[in-house]
Design a protein around this ligand. Structure first.
Ligand code: MN
Length: 291
């Protein structure tokens, strides 16, 4: 097997607020060379690096908005998020939990810091990722997968190097609980200082790492620091990461969908006509109702 090399290391962009509750660095699609085509099937990555929110009785967040044509994946590292949607769904995404929401044909939802957490608040850290759907599934029925931390399968690495939490796809035969429409490996590598591990993915899968905590070295030479993203090249299958400190690394690898992308705000379809249809359906109430 050939080594998969580092194509580029992206520094976090200036943060911006989504609503008043998510202070995020956008990596995909606005980071240098991290556009939707290069990162296919990953459409968006917003990273709320650790940020301290003051206590409040009025939870911060983002109010009612629609989505169509893709999935949103929310990973809470610190703090808690509460969500409600137009299908009557809702819940709390706690620390270490993952919510995989398939917006598909369309939902309305709102995302806020959890009410009780907000009263004391403190450090908040999360990732929101948008994953594209193939054309044939874009108008399928919306669904949720709430994957609480205790349900996430873990692979124990040798030599006390750490553990791999498998959210979707697999790592060395340990499979993730989340079901996906196209092949996606989503892993949380929790490495102890000095811990090393190796990843194998098909060379054509688009693959990147986001360093959530600590600093790492890839393939024995490229240093990647906290809050930075490493995009791996499509030139091989195997790479190694070593933790310089106790580290958490979100590792993503997905098979490209290779279909036309028409994206506008909260809608991602294949053609401009389908985007116009999404606005029309949204404006005529076809996404349902949410207070
Ligand atoms: Mn949303």
């Amino acid at each position: 097997m050939k080594t998969k090399t580092v194509e580029l290391v992206a520094t976090p962009r200036e943060p911006h607020f989504v609503g008043d509750g998510f202070r995020v660095h956008n990596f995909i699609p606005r980071g240098f060379r991290l556009d939707m085509q290069r990162m296919d099937p990953f459409l968006l990555l917003d990273y709320n690096s650790p940020f301290t929110f003051p206590p409040t009785d009025t939870p911060k967040g983002v109010g009612v908005h629609p989505h169509r044509g893709f999935e949103t994946v929310t990973i809470a590292y610190q703090g808690k998020i509460e969500h409600h949607d137009s299908h009557g769904g809702g819940g709390i995404i706690g620390e270490g939990d993952v919510q995989w929401m398939t917006a598909a044909s369309g939902i309305l939802h709102k995302e806020f810091h959890e009410k009780e957490w907000s009263k004391t608040a403190g450090v908040f850290q999360m990732v929101q990722l948008w994953v594209n759907l193939p054309q044939k599934d874009k108008m399928s029925t919306p669904k949720y997968q709430a994957i609480v931390n205790s349900e996430i399968n873990r692979y124990e690495l040798e030599n006390k190097a750490g553990i791999i939490e498998v959210i979707s796809g697999d790592y060395n035969g340990t499979k993730g609980a989340a079901s996906t429409f196209t092949p996606i490996h989503m892993l949380n590598a929790k490495l102890n200082k000095g811990g090393k591990t190796v990843f194998h993915f098909p060379s054509d899968y688009n693959t990147f790492l986001l360093v959530i905590k600590g600093n790492i070295v890839i393939n024995g030479k490229e240093e990647v620091f906290t809050d930075h993203l490493a995009l791996m090249a499509n030139d091989g299958e195997v790479f190694e990461i070593e933790a310089m400190d106790d580290a958490i690394v979100l590792v993503l690898s997905g098979e490209p969908i290779n279909e036309p992308i028409a994206a506008h705000g909260p809608f991602v379809m294949n053609t401009k006509e389908e985007i116009m249809q999404a606005f029309s359906d949204y404006n005529s109430g076809k996404f349902g109702y949410l207070e």
